[in-house]
Design a protein around this ligand. Structure first.
Ligand code: C2E
Ligand code: MG
Ligand code: MG
Length: 752
């Protein structure tokens, strides 16, 4: 450090030149200390000492604001005695806080030429007097962001204002002090950042322009499993899980190139092979030399968050019983499937699956059995389709399958058939062999609809169609269905209302003995007197009553009403006719024997004069329990059973041997074209012959003409029922018929 006091004896020009030289030297010396990285205290003291050599009769000092920025502390003052320093410490910046406190407060130079007379020093006069301070010039010290952090001051032991050289010296001194202090702040910041870097919970990785890892922190080591020395020098590919697509990386690099950053979720692989999700932020930064190309990646391991998120997601999107996707997830999957199919030009099949008569299983065997059956159905559905296809449960006994990559309607058909086949295999649940047949409705994208929601609605409509066609089958969507569905829904509501409003009544149709014209039986036929639609035929509402389970209540009502009526006829003296009542197969799936016993008891009608008419559909899908119940009714209660509509189903005559029936009713369709249709004529004759060999009585249904009657009589048919002899009629009209007891004989066959 070299500096010389200027010599007043020299010429003004020479003085100015010398002063300039001194200032330059001052700067050079200070910068040398800074570049040599000398400690801050040493440099600040050096600045003060250099300044003092350039201004005689003065001392230099540097005061800095403390942490809270409310007090000034003397940081460097090599020539000021300790007591003076202690007296000055803690000076509070303000408008009248001596030279330094005022300079810092006002952020401008404060030059006080005479301390003793200046109000700004009024509060510090003792100090001034004690140390003989006369003048004090102070300059605020500013750092990079223009913050004032302290003051650089020259204090004289004579009263004087600063000359231009003094001012420049103060200016330079405070500027140099600012540089040193800024360096300090940066270093402190780096130190703090370094500590933070190491102690962050997030992993940090810095890569250079060649995408080589140049720095990682402890959290990086903990999360990835790689030690710093293993990672440094490698590229981030070290962490790749292979779970991200090429598309993903293209987007990733595009974002870095365009916006200098990327933020999002990414799956990476730990050293031990585990794949885990990260929340990652990557930022491009400029290196210390100003070159771009470094990247800083900060990431958090979000495995835990993901796990709980996944659980929540699983809960919100799956059905708890079957663990299948629920409606919410189904909607999302279907939407994706449709989008994919749109792109690839393929088809999607939506299969709406509804179990047949599941309600009865629940009602008769209990919900636990029902639940187990549903779980079993869920498993079977899952294994009936490809792994990528979606099987969802909408609730109750409704399931939906979304099959992708379908070539045509035929492939959808095959899937539905496979499902029907799989479901038909009985499973043992709590000791009972159970199975659930299903009705399946199919809609296709893009043939039937393009909107996911509409596809579902159409499949649903088709499913109803499958039910209407007799269940345990599939149906494709047809546009006219939608209207039918609406009608069906209206009908269901109507039925419930009708039942509550007593809109149902019974008509009775007589059966006569073919030999002597005796009235041998009356069949109760249900009628619905609808307030708006008039008389609704049973073919329109019985299937819906069966599907909704209303048939149980309706059927019981029919039996009870018919028995009450027939008991009245008996009481009127007509004791040898049979009362026939139609029984739906659905009724047999619940325990109807107990109810029936009650009816016989309360109405007083004798069971041996009672006949249930059942159809062959009863045998479809029966595990034997319906038949057993029929047999029990016959054996325990003594009632009769007739096979109705014979010939329309699939049962062969030989099967009839196994059934607990005593009577066979030949379906109207065989009678219609008699006697001209020789085929029908042969069949009817054969049926009558076979039935008689099996010991069964035969009734011909739908006898409308004399010719039909004639043929039937000649074929030994036992009884006749049809419009020719009597339409279904109100009870009162039957009362009259019973009074007469017999048809005029001339209307019957003359052969017998
Ligand atoms: P079903 O048991 O075979 O009843 C005979 C049906 O044939 C009746 O139709 C009757 O009106 C009709 N019929 C009788 N003679 C003739 C004829 O000479 N010509 C023509 N064209 N038709 C004739 P209905 O009353 O409309 O009943 C239809 C079906 O509805 C019944 O067929 C039966 O299966 C069912 N059904 C009626 N009442 C009940 C009931 O209370 N419970 C149940 N589960 N089903 C019932
Ligand atoms: Mg009948
Ligand atoms: Mg019939």
């Amino acid at each position: 450090m070299t500096a010389t006091r200027h010599d007043h004896s020299q010429q003004p020009d020479a003085i100015a030149h010398q002063q300039m030289e001194q200032l330059l030297q001052f700067q050079r010396d200070a910068l040398e200390m800074i570049t040599l990285d000398r400690p801050t205290n040493e440099i600040l003291n050096g600045l003060c000492m250099l300044a003092e050599t350039m201004v005689d009769d003065s001392v230099a000092s540097i005061m800095l604001l403390d942490q809270s920025r409310s007090r000034l502390e003397v940081r460097a003052a090599p020539s000021i005695p300790r007591e003076a320093i202690e007296a000055l410490n803690g000076l509070q910046p303000g408008p009248d806080a001596g030279s330094c406190g005022t300079a810092v407060f006002k952020r401008e130079p404060v030059f006080i030429a005479n301390i003793l007379t200046d109000v700004r020093w009024a509060r510090y006069l003792d100090i001034a007097k004690r140390f003989d301070l006369q003048a004090c010039w102070s300059m605020p010290i500013k750092v990079a962001n223009d913050d004032v952090v302290g003051s650089f001051a020259l204090t004289s032991f004579q009263t004087r204002p600063p000359d231009p050289f003094h001012r420049r010296l103060l200016d330079t001194g405070s500027y140099l002090a600012g540089i040193v202090l800024e360096r300090d702040r940066q270093a402190q910041r780096l130190l703090t950042a370094g500590i933070a870097f190491e102690h962050m919970r997030e992993g940090v990785m810095v890569t250079d322009a060649n995408h080589r890892i140049i720095q990682v922190n402890q959290a990086f080591e903990r999360i990835t499993g790689y030690r710093a020395e293993e990672a440094i020098g490698e590229t981030p590919r070290l962490l790749n899980s292979g779970h991200q697509s090429a598309d993903f990386y293209r987007g990733f690099y595009r974002s870095l190139a365009q916006r200098g950053e990327w933020l999002g979720e990414i799956w990476n692989r730990r050293k031990n092979g585990d794949v885990y999700p990260q929340w990652l932020s990557v930022k491009a930064v400029r290196g210390p030399d100003g070159t771009a190309g470094q990247h800083v990646s900060v990431f958090a391991d979000i495995t835990d968050t993901k796990d709980s998120e996944r659980k929540l997601w699983q809960m919100a999107h799956h059905d708890a019983l079957s663990n299948l996707p629920n409606r919410l997830l189904l909607n999302a999957r279907l939407e994706h499937a449709v989008q994919r199919a749109h792109r690839t030009g393929t088809s999607v099949a939506v299969l709406f699956i509804d179990l047949d008569r599941f309600k009865n299983i629940n009602d008769t065997l209990g919900h636990q059995v029902g639940d187990e059956l549903l779980k079993d159905v869920a498993d079977r559905l899952r294994t009936s389709v490809k792994e990528d296809d979606t099987v969802a449960r909408l609730g109750g006994d409704e399931f939906v399958v979304v099959a992708e990559g379908i070539a045509d309607a035929n492939s959808a058909h095959l899937i539905a058939e496979r499902i029907i086949e799989r479901l038909s295999i009985p499973v043992e649940i709590r000791g009972k062999a159970l199975f659930a047949t299903a009705s399946i409705g199919i809609s296709l994208y893009p043939q039937d609809a393009t909107a996911p929601e509409t596809l579902l609605q159409h499949a649903d409509a088709a499913m109803y169609q499958a039910k209407a066609m007799g269940r345990n089958r599939l149906a494709f969507y047809a546009p006219e269905l939608t209207h039918a569905i609406q009608q069906r829904l209206d009908m269901e509501n109507d039925l419930r209302r009708g039942l509550a409003n007593h809109e149902f009544l019974l008509h009775y149709q007589p059966q006569f003995d073919a030999a002597d014209g005796r009235l041998v039986a009356v069949e109760a036929l249900l009628r619905w007197q609808h307030p708006k639609r008039g008389m609704v035929p049973p073919s329109e509402f019985i299937p819906i009553a069966e599907e909704t389970g209303l048939i149980i209540e309706l059927g019981a009502w029919v039996t009870e009403t018919a028995c009450t009526q027939a008991k009245a006829w008996r009481d009127a003296g007509h004791r040898d006719f049979i009362l026939a009542v139609n029984l739906s197969p659905y009724q047999l799936r619940t325990d109807c024997t107990t109810r029936l016993k009650d009816i016989f008891r309360t109405t007083g009608f004798p069971a041996e004069f009672f006949e249930f008419e059942v159809t062959e559909t009863l045998l479809v899908g029966d595990d034997g329990s319906s038949l057993r119940q029929l047999a029990d009714m016959r054996n325990e209660l003594g009632l009769r059973i007739a096979m109705d509509d014979f010939g329309t189903g699939h049962s062969s005559l030989s099967q009839l041997k196994l059934l607990p029936i005593g009577k066979l009713k030949i379906d109207r369709s065989f009678i219609n074209d008699l006697p001209e249709d020789t085929n029908d004529a042969a069949i009817v004759r054969a049926i009558i012959l076979m039935a008689h060999t099996l010991g069964l009585q035969v009734v011909a249904e739908g006898v409308e003409t004399e010719a039909q009657q004639h043929f039937l009589c000649h074929s030994n048919c036992d009884h006749l029922q049809g419009f020719l002899h009597g339409r279904p009629m109100p009870a009162a009209a039957i009362g009259d018929l019973l009074e007469r007891g017999q048809l005029p004989l001339e209307r019957l066959c003359d052969v017998k």
